[in-house]
Design a binder for this molecule. Structure first.
Ligand code: HEM
Length: 492
């Protein structure tokens, strides 16, 4: 079926009307077969092998899948309430899924070797990832280690700062950013600047790529995963869009190779190291900073104490490393910050480090999923069957009042207490591999913006507010604010 599908996709890309017709016909036939299959074969989640039977969330599979995508945070939280249990069983993407919480749940989730991350991508992404090769993910992970070597990160500093300058020059003396959309454009552009100089320098291409990536993200929904083997319209669209993104990346690689010009970007590092298009494509799409950076700027600027702590720290930091910080602005600011060594950025801004840590705790609605490809596991009196999916919501630690009293309050001083569990970058074998790059990028943007502008939060009408809206934890991609608001930048 896959080869037929591939041919149809290629035909679709080439715009052949006959094959488009055949594609529709195939879809209709497969849809009918799918319905028949569903009528005749109702899968049941495998019962626990031994021990007590796990409390079960009684919802149809399609409803669980829909809620998992649309209201993940509420769905998981309500599941604990409905089953009155800290661990429960449900059915997700036609797999038995065990949702864990509590100290023991977290420890098992991050420590058990049999719980793997990579093959959950193909389950979660639907048939668009049917040919997903976990070894290529391994390649991306290894690549991250090389990209984050100190010499490479040092080279990225001036690149990121010049992108900040270019973007912020365009804001003039006063600008209000919509945290729900404009800041995502800024971070996308920043990511592109790190990834590929040529794509970032071409505003039309960069805008097209952003819209394609947004389309791929938006298609990861129940209708593309519930019947993963059914090539419906969403699947065609996802393939078609991915092919276009892949072509843009391939074109960028070819142009760079032909030009003989060397740039200080991720693309160059990967070409020099002999990586294939798929690895480069994966790394470029994996760079994601949008949600965390947005909340970091919003939280610091709406907390007078921490805003002044961070500003004092930045001024002292700059004056230690540059001869005259008083008159720095625009170009001279970017230039001066570029000359500060990486080691200083990484070790001499403790207040900013605390702010980043607290922002990841309060504004990151991540829910981690693994597949148990080891033997059955036990947790208390229950069994986690081999082959099942295992889910751990980060909020179980991050928003837990036992660890963090008044958990939604943003208070960076909590980070001084190192004993409290913190999983903002994940934990164990699959902890974030881009942490160094992500932290450095966030620091550069915040420092540059805070030195150039007075930043305040405003409501939908542009009126100053002192209290931030809560994050929408159900928005699992970027965790947007729950209410309309803006970030106001006024040039100093
Ligand atoms: C503020 C930004 C970021 C945050 C908060 C973040 C957070 C995380 C978390 C929580 C995980 C663990 C996922 C799990 O346990 O299921 C993770 C994994 C990962 N992150 Fe990040 N990340 C960020 C930025 C980045 C960037 C910029 C890159 C790469 C350029 C990156 C690359 C990765 C990779 C490759 C993994 C998978 C590791 C593995 O499978 O072993 N991350 N990240």
């Amino acid at each position: 079926m896959q080869s037929t599908l591939t041919r149809l996709v290629l035909a679709f890309c080439n715009g052949s009307s006959t094959l488009q017709y055949l594609g529709s016909l195939t879809s209709v036939i497969l849809l009918l077969s799918a319905l028949l299959y569903k009528l005749l074969h109702v899968p049941v989640a495998s019962p626990p092998r031994s021990g007590h039977s796990l409390p079960r969330l009684q919802l149809p599979g399609w409803k669980v899948t829909q809620l998992f995508f649309e209201k993940r945070f509420d769905f998981i939280k309500d599941g604990f309430k409905t089953t009155s249990s800290s661990i429960y069983q449900t059915s997700l993407f036609r797999h038995t899924a065990i949702v864990l919480s509590g100290n023991e749940g977290r420890k098992i989730f991050f420590k058990e070797k049999g719980l793997g991350l990579h093959d959950t991508f193909s389950i979660m992404m639907g048939s668009g990832a049917a040919q997903f090769d976990p070894h290529q993910v391994g390649g991306v992970v290894r690549r991250m280690a090389s990209i984050q070597r100190s010499d490479n990160l040092q080279k990225l500093i001036p690149l990121i700062l010049s992108e900040c300058q270019r973007k912020m020059d365009a804001w003039g003396s006063e600008y209000i950013l919509d945290p729900c959309s404009s800041l995502h454009e800024v971070t996308f552009q920043l990511v592109m600047r790190i990834a590929s100089f040529d794509i970032a320098n071409d505003p039309v291409l960069s805008a097209r790529l952003k819209s394609l990536v947004d389309t791929i993200d938006s298609i990861t929904n129940p209708y593309s995963t519930w019947l993963p083997w059914l090539p419906g319209p969403a699947l065609f669209c996802k393939f078609f869009t991915s092919v276009q993104v892949y072509r843009i990346v391939q074109e960028a690689i070819n142009t760079r190779k032909k030009s003989g010009i060397k740039r200080d970007d991720m693309l160059q590092q990967m070409i020099d190291d002999g990586d294939g298009t798929i690895q480069i494509f994966g790394c470029i799409l994996g760079l994601s900073l949008a949600g965390s950076l947005t909340w970091l700027i919003m939280q610091i600027s709406s907390d007078p104490t921490w805003s002044s702590n961070v500003q004092d720290e930045i001024r002292a930091f700059i004056s230690t490393h540059t001869p005259s910080s008083a008159s720095l602005s625009g170009n001279t600011l970017a230039q001066a910050l570029s000359e500060i060594p990486l080691t200083a950025w990484e070790s001499q801004t403790p207040n900013l480090d605390l702010c980043i840590r607290e922002t990841l705790r309060t504004s990151q609605p991540y829910t981690a999923v693994r597949k148990n490809h080891g033997p059955d596991l036990t947790i208390g009196p229950y069994v986690i069957p081999s082959g099942s999916l295992v889910i751990y919501p980060f909020s179980d630690t991050a928003l837990n009042p036992n660890y963090y009293p008044d958990p939604t309050r943003w208070d960076p001083s909590r980070g001084i207490e190192k004993e409290t569990p913190f999983i903002g970058w994940g934990a164990g074998k699959h902890a974030c591999k881009g942490q160094r790059l992500a932290t450095l990028s966030m620091k550069l943007v915040v420092v540059y913006a805070m030195m150039r502008f007075d930043i305040t939060m405003v409501d939908g009408q542009g009126k100053r507010i002192n209290r931030l809206p809560l994050p929408e934890w159900n928005d699992s991609a970027t965790c947007r604010p729950k209410e309309e608001c803006g970030i106001k930048f006024v040039a100093k």
